[in-house]
Design a protein around this ligand. Structure first.
Ligand code: ADP
Ligand code: MG
Length: 321
């Protein structure tokens, strides 16, 4: 392994390129062709060792998650993933590490029919920046500024499992029931397929990467509206209930579930007339969804407990600075 070009050739070059890739890997730029009736969506996310994942995280989990967090952003707007670039900074050339990283990368690319079309390879602290690009039909996207008063607010899956998974990892809790939370942290499943279909019924979605409080907060702000969320309707997994029973005197820690993030579920709004269709869609996709509240006039985001009292959150979400 003499140079970064050897690394790129051996670990970041995969067969099976998509037909719409015109130039990939090797030239100064990559080039793709976007069909006339489609709209291009672009997103990027960086994962830094020690910041976004614990130092000892496996190369397989790092590869998987660095792609999945980007696919989750594409899903949030209803796009079908198509192409990816990878800028990676490595502390040293560790071929065992690179092989594991590369194998998982290839698996995820294949599963979603994505082509890796370019990138950058440098030496430095371990850091991975993926840029993902996707397509959707023109004007058929979900945006965070499209919520309307009266819309029902839904989320996919269960919220807060990743936070419990991280807590279990850092505190070396080896309870079997918490393994699913650790899996949710390391192997989140972006709701790509469901989101592609959801676009027909919803104009407004966001992915819950920073926690529901912060991310729904973005919808409220961008859409100039408010929301009432009922904690009793907010989906909590059996694993989370197990955790609170055993480690928190059976009290649900809502800030833990709703402000830590890393869930990669979707929060979306739909008008009442589309509720039946969307619930049917979720059933077809075998994806649990829950109606947790409603968009309101005004500008307040209220979380109501079973007694109808407002629960406030001081920390709203993960912040870098
Ligand atoms: P340049 O000097 O023009 O910036 P580089 O030397 O950085 O090009 O990269 C050479 C080629 O290899 C480019 O086409 C680039 O897109 C590709 N490449 C570099 N790193 C990666 C990577 N980690 N994954 C995929 N392609 C990469
Ligand atoms: Mg370069």
């Amino acid at each position: 392994m003499n140079s970064e070009f050897d690394i790129i050739k051996k670990y970041f070059t995969f067969p099976g390129t998509r037909d719409d890739v015109l130039i990939a890997g090797g030239d100064d730029c990559a080039s793709v062709s976007v069909p006339e009736n489609k709209q291009l969506l672009i997103t990027t996310d960086t994962l830094i060792s020690g910041v976004h994942f614990p130092l000892e995280t496996s190369p397989e989990n790092i590869a998987y998650k660095s792609i999945m967090v980007n696919l989750s952003d594409l899903a949030a707007m209803g796009a079908t993933p198509a192409w990816l670039t990878l800028a990676i900074s490595l502390p040293q050339v560790d071929e065992i590490w690179l092989q594991k990283f590369s194998t998982t990368l290839a698996e995820v690319l294949k599963r979603f029919n994505i082509s890796l079309i370019g990138g950058d390879t440098t030496k430095g602290h371990l850091s991975i920046t993926v840029q993902a690009m996707g397509l959707c039909d023109k004007d058929k996207i979900m945006r965070r500024d499209q919520a309307k008063a009266g819309d029902k607010i839904y989320v996919t899956g269960h919220l807060g499992d990743a936070a419990i998974g991280l807590h279990a990892l850092l505190n070396k809790l080896d309870d079997e029931p918490l393994q699913s939370c650790i899996a949710k942290l390391n192997r989140p499943e972006a709701r790509v397929k469901f989101a592609q279909a959801l676009v027909l019924y919803s104009a407004c979605a966001i992915d819950i990467s920073d926690g529901l409080v912060a991310d729904l907060g973005h919808i409220i702000k961008a859409s100039h509206c408010g929301a009432n969320i009922f904690l009793s309707k907010t989906p909590v997994s059996l694993a989370s209930h197990y955790y609170f029973e055993k480690y928190n005197n059976a009290i649900i820690d809502w800030p833990m579930l709703l402000t830590r993030g890393d869930d990669y579920e979707l929060c979306f709004t739909i008008s009442e007339k589309n509720e039946a269709a969307v619930n049917e869609l979720a059933r077809q996709h075998q994806l649990p969804i829950s109606c947790i509240g409603e968009i309101t006039e005004g500008s307040e985001l209220n979380f109501l407990n079973t007694a109808g009292e407002i629960q406030s959150f001081t920390d709203t979400g993960f912040k870098h600075f």
